[in-house]
Design a protein around this ligand. Sequence first.
Ligand SMILES: [Zn+2]
Length: 107
Amino acid sequence: MALCIYCGERSGLLAKICADCKKLLARVNELKGKVGYGEFLDGLAETGVPKEKIILFLKADPEGKGSVQDQVTAEMTSELMQVMGLKGSQSAGNVKGIRESIDKEKK
Ligand SMILES: [Zn+2]
């Protein structure tokens, strides 16, 4: 019997990933980049896989590229940074515009 590379449970004869983790992995790919972290966790819970197993799955790092959780968080964070970067530059422009209009009024 092989063991699941994510949760460490028996995954069947030749499978590297058990049925539950396969389900979770498919869900991760569906949700990744589309929802916030809370909705992401809810989406995983909807698969019917026990919470303890979801946690094991999220913390697993079978490829040495960072855990599933880290990968998802990194993706969400970089998106957030992009959004904030965009808003940041806009508001910097706004601030400049406001400052200039104040200056004009003073003159
Ligand atoms: Zn598994």
